[in-house]
Write a protein that binds this ligand. Sequence first.
Ligand SMILES: NC(=O)C1=CN([C@@H]2O[C@H](COP(=O)(O)OP(=O)(O)OC[C@H]3O[C@@H](n4cnc5c(N)ncnc54)[C@H](O)[C@@H]3O)[C@@H](O)[C@H]2O)C=CC1
Ligand SMILES: Nc1nc(O)c(N)c(N[C@@H]2O[C@H](COP(=O)(O)O)[C@@H](O)[C@H]2O)n1
Length: 268
Amino acid sequence: MSDIDQLSTEDEAFLRPYLPDDDAISKKERPFVTLTYACSLDGMISLSPGVRTTLSGPETKSMTHYLRAHHEAILVGVGTAIADDPSLNCRYSRSSSCPPQGLRPVVLDPTMRWDVAGSKATALASEGKGKAPWVVHATSVLDQNPEVAEQAKRLFVGTDGLCDEHSGDRTASISRLEWRSILKALYQKGIRSIMIEGGATVINDLLLQPELVDSVVVTIAPTWLGEGGVTVTPAQQTRDGVRVNAARLKETSWRQFGQDAVLCGRLE
Ligand SMILES: NC(=O)C1=CN([C@@H]2O[C@H](COP(=O)(O)OP(=O)(O)OC[C@H]3O[C@@H](n4cnc5c(N)ncnc54)[C@H](O)[C@@H]3O)[C@@H](O)[C@H]2O)C=CC1
Ligand SMILES: Nc1nc(O)c(N)c(N[C@@H]2O[C@H](COP(=O)(O)O)[C@@H](O)[C@H]2O)n1
């Protein structure tokens, strides 16, 4: 039996204005981007780095799978792929308003840390319960691993003009890719709508790029995770040397799903 229930017509009507919209897609020449995550009342998305933490109740979990059903791809950062070993599939009964091709999992992994073959997403794909994941790498990894270029399920995005950040630990080094380039590469591969689910690094980055995010859907669970958790808090912003709010939503709507609140909006 599925753990995912159908949404009511009222729930569907609440979400409809924030779903991918064909007009917006054709104008932007990048996928429609929905940024979505679940947080606690202290703004946290997990109990500590690398710990999978359930925040959504059954109703908001179904809501997330409804959103997945209306997108062509789902993206997480490699931190989440390693911590959660997520399914990244869609278990909602699809309707005629859903894209026909199903949901493509995408993992942003510039330095090849994720064990794609050993992942749950790959296992589910081999059982016919999802699509095989795509992995986005930085072109620079080709220097060390020329053989991976042969693998069709990998997308390479250039880091031209961008600085690499290194902390000394190779596994922690990040080749930062420009989100515009990542989205363009996915669009060129035929992806017209994408749900970006986290984790914190990805969300904090994208909250500062309103021109690349079309909808934001946040589940707020009635719990506090406490100190030491992973927080959604974008880098501080200043204008003319004065601190300003980092990000804000406009066109907001709120609705209760079970014990959780769902906030939809668009970045200002
Ligand atoms: N409650 C929720 O809705 C969610 C919670 N989580 C939690 O978040 C935590 C993981 O968060 P993080 O450690 O921040 O990992 P993350 O999933 O944001 O991945 C970070 C990694 O992604 C790559 N990356 C991110 N932005 C990039 C860019 N612009 N260019 C190239 N590579 C980039 C880098 O390799 C970076 O180290 C886990 O504990 C997970 O359980 C994750 C997703 C949703
Ligand atoms: N919406 C939501 N609520 C939570 O409580 C969560 N922990 C997450 N996490 C995200 O969902 C992915 C796991 O789901 P599946 O295994 O694919 O069903 C995880 O990777 C996070 O992106 N989301």
